[in-house]
Design a protein around this ligand. Structure first.
Ligand code: PRP
Length: 210
C-alpha cells in the first residue's frame, strides 16, 4: 500500500490553541483567532518539504545567498470551513494561487456533495496544499484529492486541525496523499460521524448557520 506521512504537531502552543478551539465557551471571534493561529503552525509544518532555490540578496552590508520556495503549492481550501485556514496559508505563501473546492457533507448519508470547483484543469506537477479543519469520515477530503489527482498534481499535502482515525485510514488507503499534517488524531467518530471529543462543527463555529 502506498504510504502517507502523518505528522501530528506536538507543541505546547499548538496544544493550547487546539484546547481553545475545543472549548464550547470560546466565542466566534476567539474560535476564529485560534483557528487562524493554529492553522499557521500546521501550514508551517506542511511547507517543510517544499523545494527551495538559492537567490542572491543584497543586505545593507553586502551580497549573500538567500532562499526562495521554488514552486509554491496551489492552496486549496475546502469550503466552507477550510476558509478558516486560508488566511495564514496565503500569508505564509504570499506568491501562490488559491483554488476553491466546495463540498458539503450530507447530514444523513455523510456522503460528500460537491458544489464548486475552481482548480485549474492541468496543474502541471505543481504541489498542492489542501486545507480543511475537520477530517471525519474522510469523504470530503477524499473527494477533493480525487478531483486534484485527475489534474496532474505534484505531491498533495493535507492540513487539518483535527482528524478521526477513520478519516486518516481512508486517506492513507487512497494512496493520493503524500503528507497529512494535523494538530490531533482524536478518539473516534460518533453515530452522527462527528469527531469525538472534537470541537463541534467548525464551519458553524467559524461562520454561523445563516
Ligand atoms: C465538514 C468539515 C469537513 C467535512 C468533514 O463540512 O468542515 O469539510 O464536514 O467530514 P467528512 O470527513 O466526513 O467528509 P460540512 O459539510 O459541515 O460543510 P461546511 O464546511 O460548509 O460547514
Amino acid at each position: 500500500m502506498p504510504c502517507m506521512d502523518t505528522l501530528v504537531v506536538d507543541h505546547p502552543l499548538a496544544a493550547q490553541l487546539l484546547t481553545r478551539m475545543r472549548d464550547e465557551t470560546t466565542d466566534r471571534a476567539g474560535f476564529r483567532q485560534a483557528s487562524d493561529e493554529l492553522a499557521g503552525m500546521l501550514v508551517y509544518e506542511a511547507a517543510r518539504g517544499l523545494e527551495t532555490e538559492t537567490i542572491r540578496v543584497r543586505t545593507p552590508l553586502t551580497e549573500t545567498d538567500g532562499t526562495r520556495i521554488a514552486r509554491p503549492p496551489l492552496v486549496v481550501p475546502v469550503l466552507r470551513a477550510g476558509l478558516g485556514m486560508l488566511g495564514p496559508a496565503i500569508r505564509l505563501l504570499p506568491d501562490t494561487d488559491t483554488g476553491f473546492i466546495g463540498v458539503s457533507r450530507n447530514e444523513e448519508t455523510h456522503e460528500p456533495e460537491p458544489y464548486m470547483n475552481s482548480v485549474p484543469d492541468d496543474l502541471d506537477g505543481r504541489p498542492v496544499l489542501a486545507l480543511d479543519p475537520m477530517l471525519a469520515t474522510g469523504g470530503s477530503m477524499l473527494y477533493t484529492c480525487e478531483l486534484l489527482a485527475e489534474r496532474n498534481p505534484g505531491p498533495i499535502t493535507v492540513a487539518c486541525i483535527l482528524a478521526a482515525p477513520e478519516g486518516v485510514e481512508r486517506l492513507a488507503e487512497s494512496g493520493l496523499v503524500h503528507t497529512l499534517v494535523t494538530a490531533s488524531i482524536d478518539e473516534r467518530l460518533n453515530e452522527d460521524a462527528f469527531i469525538v471529543p472534537g470541537l463541534g462543527d467548525a464551519g458553524d463555529r467559524l461562520f454561523g448557520t445563516a
